[in-house]
Design a protein around this ligand. Structure first.
Ligand code: CA
Length: 434
């Protein structure tokens, strides 16, 4: 089987005995994302989302429901790391098992005690993240930001040759729902002679996808682009909170530092590489005149199937909207196909010098923006660097985030004759600075 092949677990006609799964916005039986959760007053364990419920896979493994001893052992943990480290054939087997359990009514009586309402559970980070790296593959974001500084030449000369990235901070990645403290730091406004240490006044979000690494590679052993799929566990939503004022002052010559590492949020469910197979699409052709990727980044199958038919959305709920009972306002919406490099290309590039990736590592794609304002993935773009406050439906406007603002990221994967699957939410609220 190829990494983009589908099987009976993707069949749009397959239904679950868990009634809320049918037509569920995010979690029909065709999805089966993996995560770590705690039921009320109980410890963390591994589960899969099905409709409005979570199936406790750790409990299923303890009852020897899985035929594979390796799977059973990896499921009886508090994180997905061991599971992610398994070869892809084992992870495919897990998906087939779970899909059968949740579709075949003969399992209903045995499994019902292991189902919990999602609304009563706490979600955790899915893995212990060894390292977090953030890329910059959103072409239109790179152009939009570049244009604010270099109107005639927005992209730097390396952009179309090399996937740009930097090492982030794993310790401050949090699951959706954990509030974000407004950071203080050094900032120097253009009209000031000297920097000051004070709360950020240009706090922003960044709409990204998170790429979870499965099997690692040994130090000194690169990953070939043809093998990259074996190292890809799945996707989540990622909000790379950014203090634009700190960033402008600190980023030269070594790149982002304290402007980025105070907090990053991820959606708690890993939508697996196996679940995403039906939503694979060709990587959009490069515009005429763009360089062909160097051979180590070029693979015919990756170009033909390495993209994703995923729609991304950002919503904002301000304090005023919350108090009026308003729904969150849609800020932007756009496709993940606005990535200039594929997921396999950034995995391959990261390991190309022999750097060892590890199971549970997290790679950010970089902000994914569309060419026009309806799909801009940050306030820095929506407000044109803070010069044009972005109007909200209730009469408020935003140049940057205010205390009490809650940012909500959502995404869905869709394909003809396939069930639509979703990522759940990545949401967090800004708390005032200390
Ligand atoms: Ca970023």
């Amino acid at each position: 089987m190829n990494w983009w092949s589908t099987d009976e677990t993707h069949d749009a006609q397959r239904t679950s005995w868990v009634k809320s799964a049918q037509g569920h916005r995010d979690f029909p039986i065709q999805n089966l994302p993996l995560g770590v959760f705690s039921p009320q007053q109980q410890g963390p364990r591994i589960g899969t989302a099905i409709g409005d419920a979570i199936l406790d896979l750790t409990a299923c493994a303890a009852e020897a429901l899985f035929s594979s001893p390796a799977l059973s052992s990896c499921l009886q943990r508090h994180s997905l790391n061991a599971l992610m480290a398994l070869p892809s054939a084992q992870r495919q087997l897990l998906r087939q098992h779970i899909s059968r359990f949740l579709s075949d009514p003969q399992y209903r009586d045995d499994l019902t005690p292991h189902l919990y309402p999602q609304a009563e559970c706490t979600m955790h980070l899915p893995a212990q993240i060894g390292d977090f790296t953030d890329f910059y593959v959103g072409l239109h974001h790179a152009e939009n930001i570049g244009r604010q500084f270099r109107p005639d030449n927005p992209l730097l000369p390396n952009y179309k040759h090399i996937p740009i990235g930097y090492h982030g901070r794993a310790s401050s990645v949090r699951a959706s729902g954990v509030n974000v403290r407004r950071p203080s730091g050094q900032r120097k406004a253009p009209d000031q002679d000297l920097p000051r240490f004070e709360p950020s006044q240009r706090l922003d979000y960044e709409l990204e996808m998170g790429v979870w690494i499965s099997e690692g590679n040994a130090l000194g052993q690169p990953i070939s682009i043809a093998d990259a799929a074996q190292h890809f566990a799945g996707l989540c939503l990622l909000n790379d909170w950014s203090a634009r004022d700190f960033q402008a002052w600190e980023y030269q010559p070594l790149g982002p530092f304290l402007a980025k590492n105070f907090h990053s949020s991820v959606s708690p469910w890993v939508v697996t590489a196996e679940a995403l197979a039906p939503y694979r699409i060709a990587q959009p052709p490069r515009p005429a005149g763009d360089p062909v990727p160097l051979p180590y980044l070029m693979d015919v199958d990756d170009q033909a199937h390495g993209g994703f038919a995923i729609q991304l959305s950002v919503y904002l709920l301000t304090d005023q909207m919350r108090q009026s009972g308003d729904a969150p306002a849609l800020l932007s919406q756009g496709p993940a196909s606005n990535m200039y490099w594929t997921v396999h290309q950034i995995i391959t590039h990261h390991a190309s010098n022999g750097c060892n990736l590890m199971a549970g590592d997290l790679l950010g794609t970089g902000t994914i923006s569309a060419p026009d304002i309806s799909g801009f993935g940050s306030l820095m773009e929506l407000s044109n660097g803070g010069t044009s406050p972005y109007p909200l439906p209730n009469g408020e406007s935003r140049s940057f985030l205010q205390d009490g603002d809650e940012v909500i990221l959502r995404a869905q994967a869709a394909a003809p004759d396939r069930a639509t699957i979703g990522f759940g939410e990545c949401r967090a609220t800004i708390l005032s600075a200390l």
